[in-house]
Each structure stands twice: as structure tokens, then as C-alpha cells.
Design a protein around this ligand. Sequence first.
Ligand code: NAP
Length: 298
Amino acid sequence: MSIKLDGKKLSLEIEKRLNEYISINKKIAKRAPGLAVIRIGEDPASGVYVNNKEKACLRVGIKSFIFHLKDNVEQKEVEKLIDKLNFDEDIDGMLLQLPIPKKFDEQKLISHINSNKDVDGLNEINIGKLVKNETAMRSCTPAGIINLLRSQNITIKGKKIVVIGRSLLVGKPLSLMLLNLNGTVTMTHSKTLNLNKVCKEADILIAAAGKPNLVDSTFVKEGAVVIDVGIHRLKSSDKNKSRLCGDVLLEDVIPKVFAYTPVPGGVGPMTVTMLLVNTIFSWQKQFGLSSALNDLMP
Ligand code: NAP
């Protein structure tokens, strides 16, 4: 029987550790860790994600600061807010909730965030340190995936790993993290030829293409580990209902695999948890606190 890599369960276990870590170390730091979230505009999905982040902060004892800006705000005003938060001593982490309206220069805003507070691990300094395999803030979804693999003692070193997708958010940083951990990594994309043949070589296959049910059993080697990053809401035949699915056609793939992540409840919960970890990591550095959580950093 294949193993379900239960991200929901693991994220609750990690949150318990984070909560304990904060309770103990708050006495030394004399304040809780602080996370600032900047949301621009009214994208409803972003609203849900920001709420989830706020609730997660509350559960572990991080103080959250939500800045919801109207979409008629100017780029310069957002930059000013980021500058102010960069110098705010109560804030250890800061993120810009994506996507933001097209009129903004997204990368310029992300670059404005002080790299020590860049809890999404997306600015040039943190990406550069990842390339050099130096300790730094790591982007959350890839870091969550590494922790999921570790939680079941799935070895990365020496394994053939295929990542579908090369985005700056998931595919590229994930491939680099796996490479740093001595996996033999192939990064694929929409122009890759014979994708299913390439994937079938993988001991660990990670799908982050953003295409519902792209990966079926023809992509998967017997006994492989399959990680599904994709998340899609599909309308069901009953018009009032919808269901979530990933990039992997799970019912076709599960009988063949050693382990897999479900959607929902796999990679998603770990992404939020790693955001909390990164915020605490920054707080830890600021106050020279114990390194008891360092095993969570890939
Ligand atoms: P993205 O920016 O759209 O990137 C998708 C990548 O997949 C691109 O590199 C693209 O190739 C590649 N691709 C697209 N179609 C393909 C195909 N048919 N065959 C092979 N490669 C293909 O998406 P993203 O931000 O990386 O996100 C990917 C998925 O993960 C989305 O469903 C997103 O919602 C989900 N996600 C989930 C979480 C979570 O916490 N669970 C977090 C982040 C993202 P090209 O570069 O050639 O265009």
C-alpha cells in the first residue's frame, strides 16, 4: 500500500513545535515574532490566503500586521510602505501577497523587501544565496516539500528527481534545493519533449505545472514518490458544487507509487507552515535565540 504524505498532519506537528519555541523564547526577545502581509486589490483568492496566514500566525503566537491597499495605490506608495516596514523593529518578516494587479512592477516591489525579512524567499539576495547553497530564507512551497519528504525519511541524495515546472515561485527554487541536497535533478517545462518518458525515469516526481490532471500513470515509475504541487478548483456536474484537484490524476497513479501527496492536504498546508518557520527564523537571528528549529530549514 502506498504512503500518503499528510501535509496537514505534519503542519500541525510543526506548528506545535513553533508554538513552544515562541513561548520559551519570547521571554528573551521580550516580544513575539511579527509578520507583515501586504495585499493589494480585491482578488478573492488572495483574501482567503491572507486570512489563512493570519489565522496560522495566531495559532503559533506570531503577531500579524495586515496592510490591505486599494488597487488605485501608486507603485511609489507601496515602495514607501515596504521601506517603512523594513525599518520597523516589531516586524521580522514581510510578504507581498501575489498576484497583484498588472500595473505594478512586482519584481521591483519584492526587491524592495529587506532580504532578512523576505519570508517568501523571492528576492534576488535570497535566490542568489540558494544558488550558492548558503543559509538564507528559502521559498515556502519548496521548503515545505523538502520537509514532507524528510518526514517519511525519503532519501533525496543520489535519487533521480524530475520537477515539472520552472517558475520562480516553485520549480526553480525547488530544483535548486533538491540539487543542494545531492539529488540528480531534471527540471522540465512546457517545451520539454516526451515529458512522460522523462518523468518515468524519476524516483521522485514533482508536478508544479498548474495543469489539472496532467500526470497520469504513464508518467510514473513503479515505486516512485509523487508530489503534487498543483491546486485547481474544478466545477462538478452539480453546478453549485466544485472540487479541488492537483496536477496529478491521483486515482490512476496511487496504485503504482511508494508515496504521494493528496490534494488538498498535501503541499498546501506546508507552504503556510514554512512561512511561519521563516518568520521565526528571522526573529531567531535578530535576537540570537536557540537554533532548535534549524532542522526545518532546507
Ligand atoms: P506557473 O508560474 O504558471 O509555472 C508553471 C510552470 O509549469 C512553467 O514553468 C511552465 O512551463 C510549466 N508547464 C506548464 N504547462 C506544462 C506542461 N503541459 N508540461 C510541462 N510543463 C508545463 O505556476 P506556479 O506558480 O509554479 O504554480 C504551479 C502550480 O502550483 C499551480 O497550480 C499553483 O496554483 C500551484 N501552487 C501551489 C502552491 C501550494 O502551496 N500548494 C504554491 C504555489 C503554487 P514554461 O516555463 O515553459 O511556461
